[in-house]
Structures are given as C-alpha cells and as structure tokens.
Design a binder for this molecule. Structure first.
Ligand SMILES: *Cc1c(COP(=O)(O)O)cnc(C)c1O
Length: 420
C-alpha cells in the first residue's frame, strides 16, 4: 500500500492498512453522497451524532440566521441569546434537579468538566474525597481524563503514564448485577469516593453492552447512601438513542452531573454541555476568587452551535421524534429475529435506535481481525457500518425507514456469509 497524497492524519485510522478515505461532498437525510454521485447509507449516524438526518432544514436555517447576527464572542463576562435560551430549555428538559449548564465543545471535554466539577465540589466543601469509580469497559472520550476513566487497553497503553488511577466496577451483565453493586458498596465504604461515572443503560465504544434501568437506579441509590456524586455520561445515549430523550429517564434517575453532546445540535456542529445540581455550583460560589471554576475553551458556547442546538430542541418539541425512534426500534426487533437462531452470531441485542450483534468467534474484542473486513464489505455495498471488532452495530438517523434498514440487515447476512 502506498501512502496517501493527503497530509491529513485521520482519527482511529491505521493509514498503513486502510484504504484512502472516501471523499464525501453532500449529505441528506440518512444518506451521504460522494462527489461523483455514489450514495452511501449512514447506518451509524456519522459516528453517532446525526439524529434527525443530515441537513435537517430547521437546523440549517437556524445556522444561517445566526451567522447573519453573531459568529463568536468570548463567553467569560459576556453572554448571548442563543446560549441563554438553550441553557434554560436544557434545564427544563433534563431530569429535574439539574440546574446549571456549563458549555464546552465535545463529549470528551464535557466529561473533563464533569470530573473537575466533582473534585472542585469536594475540595471547596473541605472534604477529602478524590476517588473516581467507573465501569469496566467504559468509554468516556480520548482526552487525558476521559481516557483515565475509560477502559485501559491498546487504545491508551502508550499514554498510561499520564492517566490517573480509577477503581473499576465489573460490568453489570445480566445475572451479575449484584457483583457490580457489591463492588460499588465496598468502594464507597471508606468515604473517599468523589464520584462514580457511568454511561447509562449502554456502554457504547466498549462494545454496545446493555444493562438494565434497575441496576442504573440501584447504582445511583448506593452513591446517594454513601454521599458519592453520580455522573451520567449521556454523550451517546442522550437525544433519544435509547428510546427516551435521555437514558436516565428509564431509571427515573437524576444524576448529580450529566454530560450531553453528540446529538445536542442534531449532529450539525460540535457542542457539549455539562449540567449539574445547584449545590455543586454553590460550592464554587464564593467571594474567594480561588474558588472560581477554572475551565474554558476558546469557543465555549459558540453562538452558531448554540443556535443549532436550540433548533434541535425545537424539532424535539414539534416533530414526532420519539415515534420515529420507536419505528426504527420495531424494525430492529423484526429484523434481528433471524440472527438469534443463526449460530454464527451471538448476543443479539437492541435498545431504542441501537441494534447490535456479535460474530461468534474466539477472536473477539476491538482488535478482532474480522472488524476491518466487515467494514470494507459493508462499504463496498454502499453502507457505512464500522464494527467494533467482532461487534456489528447499527445506530441510524431517526429518519431511516423500513426499506433502508432492511438494506442494512440483508448486507449483514451477505457480508458475514462471504467472510466466514
Ligand atoms: C463519543 C463519546 C464521548 C466522547 O465524545 P467526543 O465528542 O468524541 O469527544 C464520551 N463519552 C461517550 C459515552 C461517548 O460515546
């Protein structure tokens, strides 16, 4: 393989073995289009961000309108209407009790903010709680804090010297929930835990592993009992992915701190928020300036991104988004049945708009050799599906219809048939 002429170093891409990147010129609904007119079905919502479909007219219009008024302004000491409106609406829409909104630019930064809020809270309260707990197999982003709380492995081994220690709870797989809760209880017992961070109901990049709302609410309850903060990383699960607006709703859980990003702008522009309870804000609220929450990035609460997010919220208010997700979910259920009897597959599962299944093989996990071969097989059939090793998953935009989704399911049968 010769090196590409492009100077671009792509994310999560091994340039020595992967073909050159596909050049995309347009997008509409659930479809991407190359400059020469090849149409590719975006079965993973362009890395889980596009919710209503590419270029939803209401979001595009909001971006254009905002671009005519204000592009960017420093967010310390200044504010603007899109951010003010968005923050109020987010407080109203998210689980009750989340009362303050901190803006950042990506899922990873929203997690960094959450961890810093938690540590700041305990320090300013004068309590020595610094421990962080996380689930085995978790993914919380690729910045240093995000990697620290995420699963360790091939992804972050070179950076291990930079990562801080985190205690891990076993993943609460079906029938093994007690082990998770026992571990949580034991870890909290010493009173040194600042926070537990979890991806509610489903671990995304860790392999689309699903657990029950009961465990989620139990984990919250145990944290509450011991006074540890509960951080919900809803970066992937937020904005309808699991069938409800937020995954925490299914467990009737209000996290102490919550992170939202991917679908926040409907997938149109980068933006993230970290919401928190009032007492976390209040712990930083002081005439002592050393208690300031010292965090920012240059583009914090960019007005155009906020306008796009506001338009997304309006779509949620005006359009039958949950019904669309339920329709996608029904197609998943109907289509997945045939794989349950097929011994080449295991762990057939779904939640809301997400469906996943594993290729039964001893070569499992993210580095499984079959992953890139599946990816190429799907792409040659004009489908964007990026398996996590031997785990094939579909996470389509909510506008995907029955026919489009059946293309995906037929391709899974065909591609796996060819490869195995
Ligand atoms: C994608 C993801 C992140 C990181 O978000 P980025 O926008 O890629 O930085 C964090 N947490 C979860 C659960 C995610 O799925």
């Amino acid at each position: 393989m010769t090196k590409s002429a492009s100077p671009i170093w792509h994310p999560f891409t091994q340039h020595a073995v992967q073909p050159d990147a596909t050049l995309i010129a347009r997008g509409e609904g659930a479809w991407l289009e190359t400059a020469d007119g090849r149409r590719i079905f975006d079965a993973i919502s362009s890395w889980w961000v596009v919710t209503h479909g590419h270029r939803h007219p209401h979001i595009m219009q909001a971006i254009k309108d905002q671009a005519d008024r204000l592009d960017q302004v420093i967010f310390a000491g200044f504010t603007h209407e899109p951010a003010e409106k968005l923050a109020r609406r987010l407080v109203a829409m998210t689980p009750p009790g989340l009362e303050y909104v901190f803006f950042s630019d990506s899922g990873s930064t929203s997690v960094e903010v959450a961890l810093k809020m938690a540590l700041g809270f305990w320090r300013h309260r004068g309590e020595k709680r610094t421990g962080i707990l996380a689930l085995e197999g978790a993914y919380h982003g690729d910045t240093i804090g995000g990697m620290s709380v995420g699963e360790r492995g091939v992804f972050n081994a070179p950076y291990d010297p930079l990562l801080f220690d985190v205690a891990r709870l076993p993943f609460p797989s079906a029938g093994r929930e007690e082990a998770t809760l026992d571990a949580l209880n034991a870890a909290c017992g010493k009173g040194e835990v600042a926070a537990l961070i979890v991806e509610p109901l489903i671990l995304g990049a860790g392999g689309m592993l699903i657990y029950t709302p009961d465990v989620l609410s139990e984990m919250k309850r145990v944290c509450e009992t011991h006074g540890a903060l509960f951080i919900a990383d809803e970066v992937m699960t937020g904005w309808g992915r699991t069938g409800t607006l937020f995954a925490c709703e299914q467990a009737k859980v209000t996290p102490d701190i919550a992170c939202y990003s991917k679908g926040l702008t409907g997938g149109s522009l980068p933006l993230a928020v970290t919401l928190c309870r009032a007492d976390i804000f209040d712990a930083h609220y002081s005439t002592d300036r050393s208690r300031t929450f010292f965090h920012s990035s240059s583009y914090t609460a960019n007005p155009i991104a906020c306008a796009a997010a506001l338009a997304n919220l309006e779509i949620w208010e005006k359009e039958p988004v949950l019904e669309r997700i339920a329709a996608v979910s029904r197609v998943h259920s109907a289509q997945l049945d045939r794989f349950r009897e097929d011994r080449r597959f295991t762990n057939v599962r779904q939640i809301g708009s997400i469906a996943a299944l594993d290729i039964a093989s001893s070569d499992a996990g993210y580095m499984a050799a079959i992953g890139p071969r599946l990816y190429q097989g799907f792409l040659s059939r004009n489908l964007l599906i990026r398996p996590l090793g031997n785990t094939i998953y579909i996470m389509p935009p909510y506008c995907s219809d029955r026919n489009e989704l059946s293309l995906v399911y037929e391709a899974i049968t065909d591609v796996v048939g060819e490869i195995l």
